[in-house]
Design a protein around this ligand. Structure first.
Ligand code: C6P
Length: 420
């Protein structure tokens, strides 16, 4: 499907979701935990998988398990066709102009490391500057620290304000003619803040720098169009998008990827090998060494088709309703402070409680069947800004309901009594 068609489809689907029917697609949601109906509010960590994804993977292993791009036999041809079809689905999902720009990897983490080690290591040198932000996930901090150490480049950090928003004026001040790369998250996992990503990319380009977007938390919640954004790289994980763990995508502009050296070496990424010389394969295979996560990628294709069928605009509208409801409900809880109050947010709510450590709260909620995440969320600099060790985080997907948010509030009130 072309992007134009996809966009039209999304517009026509911006209607009310049938949550009961949607929940029926997710078998895991109907179970009990500690004798209570499961309330799954840890979607920023990983999302649950619909039957359509589970059955697609089951079918692969039952009917055509094989290695791809190698065999001439029927199973291998079926596997290759399904794998490459998934790549096209991913291409259309983010509106890349070519499937050559879609590198299939193990997750957002690997995608960012690929750019740091392939592009960064070969192109950066002493005096060059990389800009990241204070709200990054560690996956978009540590790869740049490593490459800075390897090349002599230095790292600059865009600060955040107390609402959990990037201070754009500070970003403008950090940009110089030495800036080579800006690597910023589209949406914060710890705060839910939606960053002005288009503006960030455009400003980077004004200074001749490349822009990498960590979209791990964005693709499940919002339409992403890499051509409209004009980003140079866009990274995301399949498991946060209702697909299998161990899958992820790096989008990169074809001209950049063509010029970059391979990141890993092995089977499939070569055209010809002799002991004197190796000729690398064409894109995207140059960056896909070894047997990939075949069933996972095929499952990710099914997950994206599932999301497309519901429609990301309808998902975003419903999740926004949930966010408003949950924000209001949590605001009524005495002794609770929401961490991350950006004007533009997705359905992620981080909070702390007077006199209750987030881990204790998480344990009590678990006993009520409620799954949230507690800790630093792999975003320690965010915690350092707010001078807290950790938060409790409830993150919602389109299968969550207002009743589940009511359960969360009841669970928190119960925890307060326990710690009174
Ligand atoms: N955040 C969370 O609970 P991987 O592990 O490669 O699939 O994704 C890493 C990653 C990168 N960027 C952002 C913004 C993320 O949120 C994550 C994963 C999970 O918030 C696990 S720490």
């Amino acid at each position: 499907m072309t992007f134009d068609n996809t966009a039209k489809k999304l517009q026509s689907q911006a209607t009310v979701l049938d949550i009961e029917q949607i929940r029926a697609d997710f078998p895991i949601l109907s179970q009990q935990v500690h004798g209570k109906p499961l309330v799954y509010l840890d979607n920023a960590a990983t999302t649950q998988k619909p039957n359509q994804v589970i059955e697609t993977i089951d079918q692969y292993y039952r009917q055509y398990n094989s290695n791809i791009h190698r065999g001439v036999h029927t199973l291998s041809e079926r596997g290759t066709a399904a794998y490459e079809k998934a790549r096209l689905t991913i291409r259309d999902f983010i509106n890349a102009s070519s499937e050559k720009e879609i590198i299939l990897l193990s997750g957002a983490t690997e995608a960012i490391n690929l750019v740091a080690q392939s592009y960064g290591r070969s192109r950066l040198s002493e005096g060059d500057e990389i800009i990241i932000s204070q709200m990054e996930h560690h996956s978009n901090i540590v790869p740049w620290q490593i490459v800075a150490e390897q090349t002599g480049a230095s790292l600059k950090v865009i600060p955040i304000n107390d609402a959990g928003e990037l201070i754009m004026d500070e970003y403008r001040k950090l940009l110089t003619d030495k800036t080579r790369l800006v690597a910023v998250g589209h949406i914060s996992n710890a705060l839910g803040s939606i960053n002005p990503i288009k503006e960030i990319i455009d400003l980077a380009h004004e200074y001749g720098a490349l822009a990498l977007v960590d979209g791990a938390q964005a693709v499940p919640h919002t339409v992403v169009d890499v051509q409209a954004l004009d980003c140079d790289f866009y990274a995301f994980s399949g498991h946060k998008l209702f697909g299998p763990t161990g899958t992820g995508v790096l989008y990169g502009k074809q001209t950049l990827l063509e010029d970059m050296p391979p990141y890993q070496a092995g089977g499939d990424m070569i055209k010809m090998v002799t002991f004197e010389k190796t000729i690398y394969n064409d894109l995207p295979y140059k960056f896909e060494a070894g047997t990939p996560h075949i069933s996972g990628v095929i499952g990710l294709g099914a997950a994206i088709e599932y999301v497309n069928n519901i429609g990301l605009q309808a998902i975003a509208a419903y999740e926004h309703e949930l966010l408003d409801y949950a924000t209001e409900a949590l605001t009524t809880v005495k002794g609770l402070r929401i961490i991350g109050t950006a004007a533009n947010k997705v359905s992620v709510l981080s909070f702390i409680m007077d006199n209750i450590h987030p881990h204790d709260l998480g344990t009590i909620l678990d006993h009520a069947g409620i799954a949230i995440r507690t800790g630093h969320h792999c975003a320690m600099p965010v915690m350092q800004h707010f001078q807290i060790p950790a938060t409790a985080r409830a993150s919602m997907a389109f299968y969550n309901t207002k009743q589940e948010i009511d359960c969360l509030v009841q669970g928190i009130e119960y925890a307060k009594k326990v710690f009174a």
